[in-house]
Each structure stands twice: as C-alpha cells, then as structure tokens.
Ligand binder design. Structure first.
Ligand code: 48F
Length: 275
C-alpha cells in the first residue's frame, strides 16, 4: 500500500500551469507592482497587502530576499540600529544587542520570516522575471511595467528575441537595490536624472535613505538602496534597518498616493478599500 495518493504525471503539469496562468491573468493588473524582492521590497509588499491592496513582486532571480539572505560578507549575520529592532521583533526574528543601540541577527532566519510575512499578507511573486521597461501613457504617469523571462539576458542575441509582456498597475515601486533599475528607464528617456550612490557612511546613510523614500515621478515610488542611487546618498553596508524602515515608509506613501488618484486612467481601476 503506497503512502501517497496516486496521480498521473500530466495532472501535475496541468495543476502547475493552470495555477500560474490564473495568477498571471489576475495580476496582469494590480494596485502595486514592486520590482525587486529584497528586504525593502518585501516589507513594502507585506504592509501594502496588509492594507488590502493587490500587490505583485517582480524578481529577476530564482530566489527572493536579495542581499538579505547572507547579510555581511559571507557570514549570515546582519545588524540593525535602534529603532529598527522593533521590526525584527514584530517579525519574530531573534536578535542580540552587540553594543548599545546596535543589534545583530541571523540573516537566513530574518529573510525567511520576512518572505513568509509577505506571503501571509497575500503578496504574489513572479520569479525569474526581469523588468525590461515601463509603461508610460500620455498623462506622463507610470502605468505599469514591461517584463521578460530573466534567463534570456544571458542568452546569445540570436536566440533571445523574446517579446516581453506588459503588467499594469496604479503604482510601481522601484526596490531593485543599488542600480535603481526602474528609475534608470526614465533616465534613459531624459525624464529624471540619477545622482548615483555615494561611498559608505553608516551614520549618515540610514536616516537619509528613509527620509528620501517616496514618489520620484508620478506613479513611481522608490525604496531601499535605489533611493541612494537616485539622490546620491551614502551606502551603509551590512546594516539593514534603513531597508526595513524605508520599505515601511514606501508602503505608507503608496497608500496615501492611491487615496489621492485623480488621473484619467483611474476610472477603470479598483477603488481602494475604505476610500
Ligand atoms: O539588492 P536588494 O537586497 O535591495 P534593497 O531591498 O536592500 C539592499 C540590501 O540588500 C543591501 C544594502 C543595505 O544594507 O546595502 O545591499 O534595497 O534587492 C533588490 C532585488 O531586486 C532584484 C534583485 O535580484 C534583488 O533581489 N532586481 C534588481 N534588478 C531587477 C530586479 C530587475 N531589473 N528586474 C527584477 N528584479
């Protein structure tokens, strides 16, 4: 007597394809698309989904978490400064005080908890999916992203001619880290100018990243290290408090923006719950 229920191989394939197809059809239009599944994108997604919004995260890698899996160097440890340990506490991540106001924690544990929190809140993920471009309508407002299967960026050009697909959203969040890939698409069109990330200066950088987190172009919010690339702010290395607090601020800003929408495209989109 076998332990597992009998199944046909074709049923396994159909189950996966139909679940993916259902998700893609549903998320061809979202409230918020977050590009980048690192710490800032994940926490922004968690908070937005907790607000009842429909949120999709686009991640070019086959894993979520970005720089949060490993933390500093190869050591699987990272730090946060007060008051960001409160977010670790809320996520259920154990931490220790290394020196006054500086806390150290296990990166895989924190990353796993953050991913689980985003999933629990209802965020949906599209992995191995890279941002190729943005959707810009005449209203000069970002209306979504254009994505492609990320492995094609490593294929020879002759066999990499895959047309991408567009995904509409009311707000796009650039959480792509040090390269600010979404903002770069606007820079390529002369619509915005990136200052480029500054050198490491921990004390200065974390406050500055959180302070500058916000809308950089109509419909585009920037969070995490992408904020540094846009505003020329110093980097902070393996201390992650600003990533968590920037992601939370990006969610707050996004909720406020969605309550204010008056642009023409808004008429065919869902109304924010409670508005
Ligand atoms: O780099 P990442 O972790 O960005 P973050 O949330 O956090 C930065 C910290 O990890 C660390 C630091 C702070 O202490 O300095 O570096 O700002 O996560 C960015 C995610 O975006 C994905 C990338 O694979 C990573 O998982 N990403 C980048 N470009 C694209 C993308 C793209 N074009 N399309 C889709 N995903």
């Amino acid at each position: 007597m076998a332990l597992f229920h009998p199944v046909k191989e074709s049923e396994v394939t159909r189950a996966i394809v139909s679940a993916f197809s259902k998700q893609l059809q549903e998320y061809a239009e979202s409230d918020v698309i977050i590009v980048g599944g690192g710490p800032s994108g994940l926490i922004a997604g968690r908070d937005l989904a907790d607000n009842g919004l429909k949120v999709a995260v686009i991640e070019r890698n086959n894993y979520l978490g970005g720089g949060f899996w490993i933390g500093g160097y190869f050591m699987n440890k990272f730090t946060v400064r007060e008051p960001a340990q409160e977010v670790l506490h809320e996520l259920g991540v154990p931490f220790e005080e290394a020196v006054e106001g500086l806390f150290v924690a296990d990166a895989p544990h924190a990353c796993a908890r953050l991913i689980a929190a985003a999933c629990d809140a209802g965020v949906k993920f599209f992995s191995l999916t890279m941002l190729e471009d943005v959707i810009l309508h005449e209203s000069d407002r970002l209306a979504g992203v254009v994505v492609n299967w990320s492995p094609i960026s490593h294929l020879p050009r002759e066999i990499a001619a895959l047309d991408p697909i567009p995904l509409e959203s009311r707000i796009v969040i650039d959480a792509t880290g040090h390269d600010a890939q979404v903002v770069k698409k606007l820079e390529q069109r002369g619509l915005i100018r990136l200052k480029g990330e500054g050198a490491l200066w921990i004390d200065k950088s974390e406050d500055a990243i959180v302070e500058h987190t916000g809308e950089v172009y109509p419909g585009l919010v920037v969070t995490g290290m992408a904020v540094g690339a846009v505003y020329g702010l110093p980097r902070m290395g393996p201390t992650f408090g600003a990533m968590l607090l920037s992601g939370k601020k990006a969610a707050e800003v996004t909720v406020k923006l969605l309550k204010q929408v008056t642009y023409p495209e808004a008429k065919h989109l869902r109304t924010l719950p409670g508005v």
